[in-house]
Design a protein around this ligand. Structure first.
Ligand SMILES: Cc1cc2nc3c(=O)[nH]c(=O)nc-3n(C[C@H](O)[C@H](O)[C@H](O)COP(=O)(O)O)c2cc1C
Length: 216
């Protein structure tokens, strides 16, 4: 009988302790910003981090005429949280800024032709360990200048972290395309954020970015 009572007591005590641990975890999730920031800084210790992105300004889907692209906003958040260096992939020939429909048409043709539009400048990817690659979802793919950038470099041994903004398609198959293009790299699970959220609800976007970074 004593044995049974002691087993019941042990069960109750361990169940209570599990409940209290769960409570601590949920407290941790809502804990101060400082703690979250600290965990992000230590998530990629000693690694050289690059945040390379493509983003388009001007008239865009669901957000009107924007002066800072949706993906650019997310790229800055990642750079601030990780200390990574920002690099913007800029095509030599700009896409139109005054007509969303015109950009959609050009992007459609470029994708069909597998175009590789020339880009301005470059960054020595080879000097970094972890490279975040950001882009808007264009026709279920990356904008072609992102391929131009990826194909210029040696990705062997690098960790590549995709992120995109979109209006419903998420990352589509872009993680797979990146893995095929960046030969020898480890491509980790990417992040997809609604363009309108990054543009108009930055608090929400920052939370999404933080919790994703903490899981890396
Ligand atoms: C040419 C073009 C094609 C697009 N194609 C898609 C698409 O296939 N799926 C989707 O969810 N959003 C699509 N969008 C919406 C963009 O992905 C979304 O607005 C994104 O946040 C834009 O990011 P940016 O401001 O950094 O350029 C497209 C936008 C453009 C301009």
């Amino acid at each position: 009988m004593r044995k049974i009572i002691s087993m019941v007591v042990m069960f109750v005590v361990s169940a209570m302790s599990m409940m209290s641990c769960a409570g601590n975890d949920s407290n941790a999730a809502t804990d101060s910003k400082t703690r979250k920031e600290k965990s992000m800084e230590t998530a990629l210790p000693g690694k050289k981090i690059l945040v390379a992105f493509f983003s388009h300004t001007g008239e865009n889907y669901g957000v009107g005429n924007i002066s800072e692209g949706n993906t650019h906003i997310i790229a800055k958040m990642i750079s601030e949280a990780t200390g990574g260096t920002l690099f913007e992939i800029v095509p030599e020939k700009e896409y139109p800024h005054d007509s969303y429909d015109a950009v959609v048409e050009i992007a459609k043709q470029e994708k069909a032709k597998k175009a590789r539009p020339a880009i301005k400048g470059d960054v020595k990817v080879e000097d970094y360990d972890v490279i975040f690659i950001g882009y808007p979802n264009w026709w279920g793919d990356m904008p072609m200048p992102v391929y131009t950038f990826l194909e210029k470099h040696d990705w062997n041994g690098k960790t590549v972290v995709p992120f995109c903004t979109h209006e419903g398609s998420g990352l589509s198959n872009t993680e797979k395309h990146i893995a095929e293009t960046c030969k020898g790299a480890t491509v980790v699970n990417g992040l997809a954020v609604r363009g309108a959220t990054s543009q108009n609800n930055r608090e929400q976007a920052r939370k999404t970015v933080s919790s994703w970074l903490n899981k890396l």
